[in-house]
Design a protein around this ligand. Sequence first.
Ligand SMILES: *[C@@H]1O[C@H](CO)[C@@H](O)[C@H](O)[C@H]1NC(C)=O
Ligand SMILES: *[C@@H]1O[C@H](CO)[C@@H](O)[C@H](O)[C@H]1NC(C)=O
Ligand SMILES: *[C@@H]1O[C@H](CO)[C@@H](O)[C@H](O)[C@H]1NC(C)=O
Ligand SMILES: *[C@@H]1O[C@H](CO)[C@@H](O)[C@H](O)[C@H]1NC(C)=O
Ligand SMILES: *[C@@H]1O[C@H](CO)[C@@H](O)[C@H](O)[C@H]1NC(C)=O
Length: 352
Amino acid sequence: MRWLFVFSGVLLCAGQPASSSCPLQLSPPSPVVRFGDPFRVNCSSTAGQIESMGLESVYGSEKSEGVSSVAMEITSVRDWDMSVICYMNRPNVPQCSTDLPVTVYKTPDRVSISQASLAGPLVEGETYSLECDVVNVAPVRNLSVHWYMGEKMVLAQSFDGSSLSPVNATSVYNLTARRADDQSRIRCEAQLDFWAAVPSPPAVKSESRAVVVLYPPTFAQPGNETLELPAGGKFILNCSATGNPTPVYGWRAPGAVRLTGPEGNRSLLAPPFPLPGTYECTASNTRGSASKYFTVPQAPRNHTTMAALLGAFLSLAVVISFGGLLLLTPRGNFSFSKGGYLIGRPASSAPI
Ligand SMILES: *[C@@H]1O[C@H](CO)[C@@H](O)[C@H](O)[C@H]1NC(C)=O
Ligand SMILES: *[C@@H]1O[C@H](CO)[C@@H](O)[C@H](O)[C@H]1NC(C)=O
Ligand SMILES: *[C@@H]1O[C@H](CO)[C@@H](O)[C@H](O)[C@H]1NC(C)=O
Ligand SMILES: *[C@@H]1O[C@H](CO)[C@@H](O)[C@H](O)[C@H]1NC(C)=O
Ligand SMILES: *[C@@H]1O[C@H](CO)[C@@H](O)[C@H](O)[C@H]1NC(C)=O
């Protein structure tokens, strides 16, 4: 009601809006002022024959006679809902006026991520609602909250609301925990965005919180492997897996021999007595376990041994066929027509 009283002088003539018929320019054209700061506004006109001009606000009024501008200084803005009215009186023209809203802002007292959501480690695949609390900010319709995971912005949220005085606002970010987020830091920032040609006040940042994501072991090289046994006979099996908590390893050598002790809990295994066969490795942590199999085939014999064996076998075959005893079956196997001879167990009459 104070308002009505203050600019009753304007209301008398129910001022027409600023237009070509009411050539008033206010400076600044869209004012933004921090609560408590000083504020200065100037109203000028290009019209001729001005009797008087005036500026009115809850802080008082200014009037000028016979000049084309009027200015007002407010030492400290202490109203959230504030506007300034400029009016002009000319001879034989009804009084006209323009109403300039002033954006009065306040940066938040505090911006914080609520404790509960990140109190413990997160589990991969689960979704967590994280809250960013913004305390005592105005005006809420110019507020935006930005969430950052590391330096990457993951959510930007703006707010509706008509309140011009300070409010508390909460932004919710539904985070689905991914292993890539493990060991990241998350924070939120509250920003007041003004389209006017004034610098927006700096963002107010929350503390950054560590994100810990638990996930089951995953092998660096997935899938079972078949190894070529190298000439030296030595080989290394790589069972390295990522996981949180750090996986522990277990190995079984061929013949179900379990490797125990610190030798067994290794991501890499270099068997001291390499044996062909199947090695099994298991990586486990609290989130699960995974197994991987390494097949090491029987070593192929080297060429000299092969040649010697082949030669011995051929000479045996030649000797036997001369004896008229060897036949080749349609399946390509050697067999002996008469029951008396078996490979590897020559009968006493065979001429060896
Ligand atoms: C208001 O602004 C106009 C134009 O910038 C300027 O000419 C005038 O002197 C100013 N008036 C006051 C009272 O500051
Ligand atoms: C905002 O939160 C603060 C503390 O969290 C509280 O003191 C204050 O009353 C709240 N303001 C509103 C408008 O709810
Ligand atoms: C976040 O999750 C909550 C609870 O599951 C849900 O009510 C809310 O709509 C979600 N918010 C967004 C922005 O997805
Ligand atoms: C504040 O936000 C509203 C709504 O987005 C916008 O229209 C207005 O221009 C903003 N205020 C300033 C001073 O930029
Ligand atoms: C690896 O071998 C095991 C046992 O032979 C089998 O159960 C498993 O499905 C294999 N895994 C892959 C990825 O091929």
